[in-house]
Design a binder for this molecule. Structure first.
Ligand code: ZN
Length: 419
């Protein structure tokens, strides 16, 4: 008999026999594709520089022969049309918002960054937990996870009674909108669409792939961070027990490694669907907030871009006479202290959990994060000593990468004002 653990996990335990295993007939496992230039340390600003460079990344990742494969039939032209339509969603202006907000972070450059980051995370261990269709779904979910994002928080849309809040409701407002838009585009381009005459196993596989895309996008809502951390932490022990058992010859302890992926360690077929969705969504969330764990140059560049978007929201809130949202007041928020707080209370524990699950990607990310954290501490110390605030060196993505704001003359550095 196969034990159900916490209602979400079916695992092979040492007491189980071969005949106890459930093989998911819809799933096969293969290692994710390898691309020399696409890895955790890739520069997203280079990858997203032009529309052509963006398409080159996507065509490489989804090459029909060597790339990620989605279930069902589709061709290169259909996929390209889908990519371009998803991309177009990152350039859509939102009435009542875009006139006032400088959307600088939630751009197509961010989306492509998360695509390549999730690919790196899969390559460096994460892939052992997901079948090949789920791996592909996750890369597609990364591409679409912030499509139509307005550049303001969900709370802002609710507080200003924006029509989007009325339409989509309070729960994961923009994530729900992105997920629904993505599913609509899949239908429109007839990718991941079941057809009459298809075998049931293929129909199931298509349905499962769509579910992963939808769920992973919904779980990118930061409001669900704590809930997700608790669920993954609860599943961790059993997941790692399966991994350690599956490794050939029982060699190797702890989280999945790049070597596990290379040697074809397949844990996916021994985990139930709910657990695979949980892990897939966790990986996307880790990728989505991976900026603090990249090389310092990228970490700092992204930090300035995201803070500038927050401050833009704060400027509007001030004009409206509303209470300013957390981290949005350029008059009082310290960029370095904000980054230190985010690192201390969110990123460090997230990466520690990731490292336990996916050792290679997690340990590299944690090492980068700790080095970056020291940089922010040094900056904060200098600020305290000099009494002068950190000057944000704004270095935005290219226009084709989604930069929507126009830099005003001389505005290559945005003062963080006093704090
Ligand atoms: Zn995002």
């Amino acid at each position: 008999m196969i034990p159900a653990i916490h209602g979400l996990l079916i695992v092979l335990t040492p007491a189980c026999t071969e005949s106890d295993l459930i093989k998911d007939d819809n799933s096969t496992w293969s290692s994710p594709p390898t691309f020399e230039n696409l890895a955790l340390d890739s520069d997203p600003f280079v990858n997203a520089e032009t529309k052509d460079s963006q398409l080159a990344v996507l065509h490489a990742l989804f090459d029909p022969k060597t790339g990620y494969r989605l279930p069902g039939t589709y061709d290169k032209a259909k996929l390209e049309a889908l990519f371009l339509d998803i991309r177009a969603g990152y350039f859509v202006k939102t009435e009542g918002i875009d006139e006032h907000i400088r959307r600088e972070y939630h751009t197509f450059t961010h989306a492509l960054d998360i695509v390549v980051t999730i690919h790196g995370l899969l390559r460096e261990g994460g892939a052992v937990f997901l079948n090949e269709h789920e791996q592909s779904a996750l890369v597609l979910a990364a591409l679409a996870h912030d499509v139509l994002h307005c550049g303001v928080s969900n709370a802002f849309l609710i507080n200003v009674n924006h029509p989007l809040a009325t339409k989509w409701g309070a729960k994961s407002l923009q994530e729900r909108r992105s997920a629904d838009h993505t599913l609509m585009l899949l239908d429109k381009h007839k990718v991941l669409v079941a057809k009459d005459g298809m075998e049931d196993s293929l129909k199931n596989s298509i349905a499962d792939t769509r579910t992963i895309i939808e769920e992973a996008i919904l779980w990118t809502d930061m409001a669900r961070h704590k809930e997700q951390m608790e669920k993954v932490a609860a599943a961790l022990g059993k997941v790692i027990a399966v991994l350690e058992q599956v490794r050939k010859g029982g060699i190797g302890k702890g989280g999945a490694t790049v070597e596990d992926v290379r040697t074809g360690v397949n844990v996916a077929s021994l985990l139930d669907k709910e657990t695979r969705i949980l892990l897939a969504a966790f990986f996307l969330h880790c990728a989505d907030i991976s900026n603090p764990s990249k090389d310092w140059v990228l970490c700092e560049r992204w930090a300035v871009i995201v803070m500038n978007e927050f401050f833009s929201q704060g400027d509007v809130e001030r004009k409206l006479g509303h209470k300013l949202s957390m981290n949005c007041d350029r008059e009082s928020v310290s960029v370095s202290k904000c980054q230190l707080g985010f690192g201390t209370y969110v990123i460090r524990s997230l990466l520690q959990l990731l490292e336990k699950l996916v050792y290679t990607a997690g340990s590299k990310s944690l090492e980068n994060f700790e080095a970056n954290h020291k940089h922010w501490e040094e900056i904060a110390k200098k600020e305290a000593e000099s009494g002068k605030p950190y000057l944000m060196k704004l270095n935005p993505p290219s226009k084709e990468g989604g930069w929507l704001g126009e830099l005003r003359e001389g505005e290559d550095r945005v003062p963080n004002s006093r704090h």
